[in-house]
Design a protein around this ligand. Structure first.
Ligand code: ASP
Length: 449
């Protein structure tokens, strides 16, 4: 049995929905289907999820959100009309959206998640209707009825462990179950979403819950590539990548699969295959527990911008027991999560995402570091990119760091920070954002060309 997940571009218009129905119908093992909300039809289009967020924001600001609603209904209506779905399908979608817009707004984050969830929920209803129209045995299922329980962390929920057992009954249905991605319910019945792109996580959880043989993740590219194809021309496709490599790659900007979508499938030992809705016969990339081929020194180079570091120094920091804990405690109290903490004798750097670390928070954190911990020097550098070189075989390869730093030096890229050691299978470089692309090209050349 296979669990398939289709991303936003695979639902963008009627033609894409036709393709996914054909993919489902072509393999009787594809019995659980997770869908995203309709995504962009072209580069300048707007995703339904972004339209829903705009609607919710206007609503919360006391503005009229009806125009948004009309535009969103129009996206679904265009798909329904072209597919020839009966009028009750779009009527139900319109009603569902209008009811959400009228729902309780007293808890802003909950209202926002209720609106965001509408994209996937209605896409799943639409796909189930289309499968039935094609005479396939199919059903839409609500995540609450199915048993997907999530933590009450709005906009960034996590799965609760009891969900797996509760969802296992999904394997018993002998038709196709269409399950909306991206959201679930708290134990007290409130709608809550994962972070953006979270339908991938839903698919992975369902694959684990029903003990699927394969989790197929359909997107709009033929495979993963060794680096971002928008940055490197003629980039090498990746045929096979391990769970651990994928986790490192997707965390640092490999946009194809949500980084939290790896663990549920991994824990259940289920391989994941990334495939293209537009070319379903292309082999794609398989994410496996262990490599089957030998050359896995470097499988990919991931990169992502939007990072910053807090540099701090204090004389004799190395002698002060508990210093690191107190630094991290300040971050915890400010609600900040950090990515890396390379440290020296008298200094420490904390690498974190810029989002959520605005100037106000920065002032507060720096003041606390000085006042509470007696830090002598503390400053923030913004506008950094993270570059990760990833490969299981790196553990055994000699001279990799030398090749990487030589390539960066030759390209004139200054390394702001480097971290190797904490993960045996990756090497991290922090560079100025403006050097990010140059750095990726230089590293791709060094390892793949
Ligand atoms: N529709 C949601 C988003 O745009 C979730 C997803 O597509 O996976 O983030």
């Amino acid at each position: 049995m296979k669990v398939c997940k289709f991303g936003g571009t695979s639902l963008a218009d009627a033609n894409q929905v036709r393709k996914i129905c054909e993919i489902i119908a072509s393999d009787p093992e594809r019995r659980i289907v997770v869908v995203s909300a309709p995504g962009k039809r072209s580069t300048d289009d707007i995703k339904v999820t972004d339209m829903l967020i705009a609607a919710a924001e206007d609503c919360l600001a006391g503005k009229d959100a009806k125009p948004h609603l009309e535009r969103i209904v129009a996206r679904y209506a265009a798909i329904c009309d072209e597919l020839g779905l009966a009028p009750p399908v779009i009527d139900a979608i319109r009603k569902n959206l209008a009811e959400r817009l009228e729902s309780d707004r007293s808890h802003k984050a909950e209202f926002m998640d209720t609106m965001k969830a509408a994209g996937e929920d209605n896409a799943a209803r639409l796909v189930a209707a289309e499968l039935k129209r094609r005479q396939l045995r199919a059903r839409y299922i609500d995540p609450a009825e199915a048993g997907l329980l999530l933590s009450a962390e709005y906009g960034r929920a996590r799965v609760l462990p009891q969900s797996y057992e509760r969802l296992s009954h999904l394997a018993d249905y002998d038709g196709v179950t269409v399950f909306p991605g991206f959201f679930g319910y708290t134990p007290d019945g409130r709608v809550v979403t994962f972070s953006r792109g979270g339908s991938d996580i839903t698919g992975s959880i369902l694959a684990a819950a029903v003990r699927a043989d394969l989790y197929e993740n359909f997107t709009d590219v033929d495979s993963l590539f060794a680096a971002d194809p928008r940055i490197v021309e003629g980039v090498r496709p990746i045929k096979e990548v391990t769970f651990r490599e994928m986790r490192e790659l997707s965390y640092a900007g490999f946009g194809v699969l949500h980084d939290e979508a790896i663990i549920p499938a991994v824990s259940a030992g289920i391989p994941i295959c990334i495939k293209n809705t537009n070319r379903p016969d292309a082999p794609g990339t398989t994410i496996v527990p262990h490599h089957t081929d030998v050359d896995s020194r470097v499988v990919g180079i991931a990169s992502g911008g939007g990072f910053c570091t807090i540099y701090l120094s204090k004389y004799l920091m190395n002698r002060e027991i508990g210093f690191g804990r107190r630094v991290l405690q300040i971050l915890e109290e400010e609600g900040l999560s950090y990515e890396h903490t390379p440290s020296g004798i008298d200094n420490m750097s904390i690498l974190l995402e810029e989002e959520g670390f605005d100037m106000q928070v920065e002032d507060r954190v720096l003041a606390r570091l000085r006042d509470e911990l007696g830090v002598e020097d503390a400053e923030v550098e913004r506008g950094l990119s993270l570059i990760m070189i990833v490969g299981e075989g790196m553990r055994f390869a000699v001279g990799l760091a030398a090749s990487a730093t030589a390539a960066l030096a030759e390209a004139g890229v200054n390394i702001e920070m480097m971290n190797q050691g904490s993960s045996e299978i990756s090497m991290m470089f922090g560079v100025k954002q403006e050097d990010g692309k140059k750095a990726v090209r230089a590293l791709h050349k060094a390892f793949f060309e």
